[in-house]
Design a protein around this ligand. Sequence first.
Ligand SMILES: Cc1cc2nc3c(=O)[nH]c(=O)nc-3n(C[C@H](O)[C@H](O)[C@H](O)COP(=O)(O)OP(=O)(O)OC[C@H]3O[C@@H](n4cnc5c(N)ncnc54)[C@H](O)[C@@H]3O)c2cc1C
Length: 319
Amino acid sequence: MKILSIALQKNGTLLAADFEVIEAAKALGGELHTAVLAEHAEPLAKKLAQRGGGKVLAVSNPAAKDFHDEIYAKVVSELVKKHGIDLVLCPATTYGKALIARLAGANGGRAASDATGLKADGDSVVVTRPTYGGNVLASVQAGGGPFFVSVRPKIFNESKDGAGEVVIENVDPSAFEGKAVIKEVKVEAAATQNLAEADVIVAAGRGIKGPENVAIVQDLAGSLNGAFGASRAIVDAGWVEYKHQVGQTGRTVNPKLYVAVGISGAIQHLVGMQTSKTIVAVNKDKDAPIFNIATYGIVGDLFEIVPAMTKKFKAELGA
Ligand SMILES: Cc1cc2nc3c(=O)[nH]c(=O)nc-3n(C[C@H](O)[C@H](O)[C@H](O)COP(=O)(O)OP(=O)(O)OC[C@H]3O[C@@H](n4cnc5c(N)ncnc54)[C@H](O)[C@@H]3O)c2cc1C
């Protein structure tokens, strides 16, 4: 089986999820290629090769500087054809999911999104992925052409080493022309941790009562060097931005530690975070559904408990 893992750099930097996809690909035991698209892809390709990316295809072009799903899909489609690829893997980030959908559309429609498990089966692969709001784990297999799969971040370890060599790819210039043009990329003023990448997430729900109390939960996140998440209730209320939303219509996250503060545990929230390794819930209602999936539950008033936790973590961790 010929496998192509796609490393999706952001601002010229590779993400942990790129190396996780390589690890997932290595475990399948096929012939591994990795592709990286960037304005200057070679230095990134070298890093990927040092960490087990196999034959690393470096595609450099100014139009590949920022993620552009149309252009990226055209370039990867060319690589798939040229190298006779059977399986394409990429991180199930916002960009990765967009890319996989386009690639499948352009190459026969075989796709599986948000894989949590991959198993080789002769010349093909069986993908495990959550469906029906995470209540069913489906096994998906495809034959008769390339299969496009996005892999959920933080399921696999990062590849640290292994075989690798850099190959400079010259792709037809027409592939770098898209109907849409990226005119400007605005970087957020304050650096906020990406939810998909975070090992620790502290999330707030309607129990915080109002936007003036968001900082109480953000302080706890800061004391743990974690990212800040939110339920849809407080996003819809306009207390925090959508990018923090966890759940069915927000981000799917999988951190080592998820702290839910004043969140009831509606199914639409749970499907976005229930695979977190350790879940701590703070809620004043002992019957709140969040306690059904929590590893540790704290029943009480968040306005007393959360500041006390923050104080303790700041003292212990110095964050
Ligand atoms: C199609 C669809 C998609 C959706 N997608 C999402 C999604 O992606 N993400 C999402 O989160 N929701 C989503 N929802 C909404 C979801 O159904 C819930 O309405 C929402 O998750 C509730 O948010 P919450 O837990 O913050 O609020 P609530 O359900 O109101 O819970 C607030 C909790 O705070 C506790 N509390 C109150 N005061 C305190 C205190 N002083 N100390 C401690 N605890 C306190 C209460 O006991 C309660 O359990 C979706 C709904 C639909 C229909």
